[in-house]
Write a protein that binds this ligand. Structure first.
Ligand SMILES: Cc1cc2nc3c(=O)[nH]c(=O)nc-3n(C[C@H](O)[C@H](O)[C@H](O)COP(=O)(O)OP(=O)(O)OC[C@H]3O[C@@H](n4cnc5c(N)ncnc54)[C@H](O)[C@@H]3O)c2cc1C
Length: 496
């Protein structure tokens, strides 16, 4: 088997590159040692940012690209990426950062002349508290209301994979790269090995890119370092408003509302960046949010800790590393040319993929991904139906299956919103191979899956009825409980 390109890693970058290549008529194979969005791409802060940090650093080209990509996503995947109103409170003791944010958002809305999102506006302290109940009133001077976009990151990654497959790409999850020689790349899947030939190899394995490089014979110093990031999910808030607040030292804290809970992230200062245990870090996050919330959050309020390794380029300081656009580093290995994705940026993944495929294959024409809707992104917007927010126009197929078999319209369990039909769809049309693929990366909820053993056992019956295979039920359930606790990076148990 020979492919124009084999892409290793089905996170957002690998998925977008496979999609771009397939839509430009190249033969592409996307493989992942685990599954779609098994790494950082399911654990972002859920914000498609408009490049405000780029503006603050005077990087207008990157900021313009982020703005364009945000608009594109709002248009091509409206069920996955939606406008997100954000409140930035301004307190007595931190005035500079909100002032800079005001300048950046104003500049940004000028740059985005054709943006569909409203312009930023100032609120007085009373209006800020009314808009975001529970905000600490002490020392509050005013607020800034501006717009970003909220993304369901794992679903967007999956949508890229599904579109790549619809355009002719191959996709293999649970297939690990075992090595390469002049004959090609060896893939190991389900205990068997197969050798694949590729004109070009793309390594998009996130924080594991250096492990993949070594396994393919790449040498030279490591390109990335992994940085452990933790965030917490607090109980769901009423309303759609997110919070973006600064604490002394310019540390940004964000609260992003989801249907099941509020995802809270707290930027760490340089002094805090030593590896803390999960428990200590959670205490630290609670303590910093205590400055912003009244009453302060307590450890027992936390529904979930979401933990993950973020791949940052080596030799670059933390802040720059987080906000620099990713790049491709190419080297020769025995089976051909290996192109490694270094750095991270969820927002601009499409534009990055377009550039990467163009430069690897010497193409100059614009990619169809500029205007093509992602799966579910076309058709009427049925915003009053929760199912539309999960499946977009693919909703029609789900409704048809429920019409044919009404029991498929029942919820899998009372603790999560998912229908039986959605689990079946995950197995039969969305590439879930294992029970964990379906429950963790197709039926995605900010709280993680329901971990009640009785609910999981009922779901296993549906999974098997849909054609899924389950070995040891207890082990499958234990794996879901373990991973959903958020304490697994997908590769290593945390704190081990
Ligand atoms: C907490 C957090 C918050 C973030 N917030 C933002 C944000 O607000 N905005 C933003 O733009 N970016 C954000 N990012 C960065 C963004 O999430 C990442 O840049 C992006 O998701 C990385 O995608 P990726 O495809 O490069 O890697 P990943 O998503 O990590 O995917 C790598 C894939 O490679 C697979 N893999 C690993 N080894 C192998 C192997 N040997 N063989 C085959 N497959 C393999 C893994 O299973 C995985 O699926 C955040 C990251 C984190 C961790």
């Amino acid at each position: 088997m020979t492919f124009d390109v084999v892409v290793i890693g089905a996170g957002i970058h690998g998925a977008a590159i496979a999609r771009d290549a397939a839509l430009r008529g190249l033969s592409a194979l996307l493989v992942d040692a685990r599954d779609v969005a098994a790494g950082a791409s399911a654990r972002t802060s859920s914000v498609i940012d408009a490049g405000l940090r780029d503006l603050r650093r005077g990087r207008f080209v990157a900021a313009r690209e982020a703005l364009q990509e945000r608009e594109r996503l709002l248009r091509t995947a409206p069920h996955i990426v939606r406008p997100l109103p954000m409140l930035a409170p301004c307190y007595d003791d931190v005035t500079e950062a909100p002032a800079r944010l005001w300048i950046a958002t104003t500049l940004s809305s000028r740059l985005a002349r054709r943006s569909t999102l409203p312009r930023p506006r100032r609120l007085d302290a009373g209006a800020a508290i009314a808009a975001f109940p529970g905000l600490q009133p002490r020392g509050l001077r005013s607020g800034l209301l501006f717009f970003e976009a909220r993304v369901q990151d794992a679903r967007l990654t999956l949508a890229n994979v599904l579109d790549a497959v619809a355009a002719g790409a191959g996709f293999c999850n649970h297939a690990e790269v075992a090595g390469c020689d002049a004959d090609g790349v060896t893939l190991r899947a389900a205990g068997a090995e197969v050798v694949i030939k590729a004109r070009e190899l793309v390594n998009a394995a996130g924080s594991s890119v250096d492990i993949v490089r070594r396994s393919l014979g790449g040498d030279g110093p490591d390109l990335v370092r992994a940085r452990r990031v933790r965030r917490v999910v607090m109980p769901a808030r009423v309303g759609e408003l997110a919070l973006c607040a600064f604490l002394p030292g310019d540390l940004a804290h964000a609260v992003v509302p989801h249907a099941g809970g509020a995802l809270c992230s707290a930027e760490e200062g340089a002094a805090q960046q030593s590896e803390l245990s999960s428990r200590d870090r959670v205490d630290q996050i609670c303590a910093s949010f205590a400055r912003l919330f009244d009453p302060p959050p307590r450890r027992q309020d936390i529904c979930r800790v979401v933990s993950c390794s973020r791949a940052l380029p080596r030799g670059v300081d933390e802040l720059r590393a987080r906000h620099d656009p990713p790049l491709i580093v190419s080297e020769d290995v025995s089976c051909g040319r290996l192109h490694t994705v270094v750095g991270c940026r969820f927002t601009s993944h499409r534009a990055f993929a377009e550039r990467a495929v163009a430069s690897i294959f010497g193409l100059s024409h614009a990619s169809p991904t500029r205007t093509r809707p992602l799966p579910g992104g076309d058709g009427p917007r049925e915003v009053s139906d929760d199912l539309w927010w999960r499946h977009g126009s693919r909703l029609g197929a789900l409704r048809a299956s429920v019409a044919a078999a009404p029991e498929l319209g029942e919820r899998l369990c009372e603790h999560r919103p998912f229908l039986t039909a959605e689990l079946i769809d995950a197995v039969q049309r969305q590439g879930a191979v294992t029970f964990a693929d379906a429950m963790l990366r197709r039926l995605v909820d900010v709280r993680g899956p329901c971990t009640e053993p009785a609910c999981l056992r009922r779901a296993i019956v549906v999974f098997q009825r849909a054609g899924g295979e389950v070995g040891d039920e207890d082990r499958e359930i234990a794996a879901i409980v373990e991973e959903s606790r958020g304490e697994s990076s997908g590769w290593q148990r945390e704190d081990s």
